[in-house]
Design a protein around this ligand. Structure first.
Ligand code: NAP
Length: 320
């Protein structure tokens, strides 16, 4: 039986990945920053709470990381923990950069010095490419990050590459584009729109405030994207991959679709300039051909179908 550690198990991706690994008969250890404050209801929601061992871990303290890896001697570590909000990274740039880089360095050093057979997956992000000149984005596209979050992910990404090249470790980056699910936290665009639209429907709110709706993003479905994470870790040799849908969709179309589905008037969508970011990228769409070819990972879901699933799941969870 293989053992895997997933950091950031309380986030969106961690529980879906844990479910996949449980199905594949792994022993799964999920890390939280604190037993008291971390929300792991998602594991219950996916009916795997009993199958995942929870461990407290301060990723900024290398002795904690060493202890955990020595205790479990994992075959695979999936590093999903990060301050992952682009918006928040503008108000917390130092905290975001410090955590998102030092945590990865601590994992890399621990693996290099004490557990070189442990494989590491690092959660890189499409945000790293930032202001791109050419679409779709390919692995060799130049990186021009435009937020503290993106800068932190670039630094971590290159540290992973550096450890792979310098020490021959099995460490790899999955460059994932936006992916959504019921477990997404409410401060991210798609989940926020669905939650607020439902509040309007119930008469608890008058309108929804949005930022720049002209932006286009490459959106996908989290439960499918975690499959690619696992597939990357099963290769003979470590490599980086872009994981995306290969199609971009305008944010306006998403909001209009949700409002239409819930039979709400589009006049209740109000643009608030304060929600526009200082440095925004207008269109992001990726090229997933390497993942299709080398991982045999195929993705052809329409994001409108995903929206149907998300709205349905939200209505069910709210007992509506
Ligand atoms: P998420 O829902 O924001 O979860 C992030 C996880 O990191 C949570 O478990 C959170 O713990 C933990 N975390 C945050 N700050 C921490 C800190 N200072 N110390 C310890 N733990 C901390 O993110 P996600 O959507 O699952 O994404 C997983 C990874 O993929 C992240 O690294 C993200 O940056 C990256 N990524 C995500 C997307 C996407 O569209 N979802 C796209 C590209 C890359 P708490 O619950 O305690 O806050």
């Amino acid at each position: 039986m293989k053992t895997a550690i997933i950091t950031g198990i309380s986030g969106q991706d961690g529980p879906y990945l844990a479910r996949l690994l449980v199905e594949k008969n792994y022993r799964v250890i999920g890390t939280v920053r604190s037993y008291r404050s971390s929300n792991v209801k998602s594991l219950e929601y996916l009916k795997i709470a009993e199958k995942v061992v929870l461990e407290e871990l301060d990723l900024l303290d290398i002795t904690n990381v060493i202890r955990l890896l020595m205790k479990y001697k994992p075959d695979e570590v999936y590093n999903l923990a990060a301050q992952s909000s682009v918006g928040l990274s503008f108000s917390q740039p130092i905290g975001t950069f410090s955590f998102n880089t030092a945590s990865v360095n601590n994992l890399l050093e621990t693996i290099r010095l004490l557990s070189p057979m442990t494989k590491l997956y690092q959660a890189s992000s499409s945000e790293m490419f930032g202001c791109v000149k050419k679409l779709p984005i390919t692995l060799d596209a130049p990186m021009h990050p435009v937020s503290p979050y993106a800068v932190s992910k670039v630094a971590a990404h290159f540290m992973v590459m550096n450890y792979r090249e310098a020490y021959g470790l099995f460490v790899c980056n999955g460059i994932l584009f936006n992916h959504e699910s019921f477990l997404r936290s409410g401060n991210f665009f798609v989940k926020k729109i669905i939650l607020e639209a439902l509040k309007i429907k119930r008469g608890e709110k008058d309108c929804v405030f949005v930022g720049n709706l002209d932006l286009k993003r490459d959106f996908g479905y989290a439960p499918r994207y975690v499959e690619a994470m696992w597939m990357m870790m099963q290769l003979e040799k470590p490599e980086d991959f872009i994981v995306c849908s290969g199609k971009s969709i305008c944010l306006r179309d998403i909001v209009y679709y949700v409002f239409d589905k819930l039979k709400l008037d589009n006049k209740l969508i109000v643009v608030d300039d304060k929600l526009c970011r200082p440095n925004e990228v207008y269109d992001i769409v990726g090229d997933n051909s390497k993942a299709r070819l080398h991982l045999d990972w195929y993705y052809d879901d329409s994001f409108f179908d995903i929206l149907d699933i998300l709205i349905h799941e939200e209505l069910q969870a709210q007992g509506a």
